[in-house]
Design a protein around this ligand. Sequence first.
Ligand SMILES: *Cc1c(COP(=O)(O)O)cnc(C)c1O
Length: 376
Amino acid sequence: MPRPFNFSAGPAALPEAVLQQAAAEMLDWHDASGRSSGMGVMEMSHRGKEFISIAEAAERDLRELLAVPSNFHILFMQGGGLAENAIVPMNLAGPDAGGAVDVVITGAWSQKSAAEARRYADVRVAASNEADPGTGPCTTLPSPTGWALRRNARYVHICSNETIHGVEFHELPDLSALGSDAPLVVDASSHILSRPIDWARVGLVFAGAQKNIGPAGVTIVIVRDDLLDRALPYCPSAFNYKNVAAAQSMFNTPPTYGIYIAGLVFQWIKAQGGVAEMERRAVARASMFYEAVDGSGGFYVNRVAKDARSRMNIPFFMADERLYNDFLSGAKAAGLLQLKGHKSVGGLRASIYNAMPLDGVRALVGYMKDFQRRHG
Ligand SMILES: *Cc1c(COP(=O)(O)O)cnc(C)c1O
């Protein structure tokens, strides 16, 4: 029996080959030359040579996959995306209190980031799509030329893929061309490794692992080295990027098993052809899905402006709300799981991350056409 296709927004499906390798190594991890360690990864000291080799390979592979320049540190942290909403301002809005932080709001996650940063910094909303006319709130991308950026901002925050509203930046803004020399902070939790990152435009990228990287519990932070010395005095030591960078992510015990699985995912992506291939597949999956929605004669609707549509998270709706329960139970019976929309926007949502094969989208689109024939 093949596994069902899992469209969860996160924690989300992982490549089957990764799960199989983890299962095979659960009781006894083998090194690259096949030597038995006699231990499962969860049972290893994070300071032992076995786990150090796992963590170093994971960091090296991630650096290679995203072409991370040598003046950026890769940190494996804990706390998830929401904790970063506080950890980022505690590290970057200092060194003195009251620093200016500009936030661009494009959906639920950047809203949360702005609200949390207000506890540590003087936050201003530089642009927002919350009052989008016509198709509803948070359905467009505010054009960077219209952003109100402050000269003295300590950083500018964006969420490059809004997991709930399905809005994605297809190009990172070039703040220097907008007259700002503030570092750009990017919450890339739900599309990291599905496209390249233009590091010349970025000061810091963070991502919780549970969408496109691995298990919940690992948070990736990639931070430029000149940003390590600005922490507010009360920033907890274990969340101070400078400490974490100096200790190669071993300032305290890192989430070892999550780092191991993330490392297997990085190896899997490399074997598939790297981030360029992930992007090619993401475009193929998303085009197939949006074509089906747009070609349904209005039976299914996605409200996001075409140039702002996410390749990873696609909220969609039907005119008759009474059909949602039928749709979801039929989908589950057909092996198509976790398609319920986020409670704040309702409707349905297909999350189609790196691990989703094109066949999964084909199966979903086939089911949708059949459902429309029966109910349209
Ligand atoms: C899921 C998500 C988060 C929150 O992650 P947690 O690990 O639950 O804190 C933050 N930002 C984005 C864009 C997300 O998709």
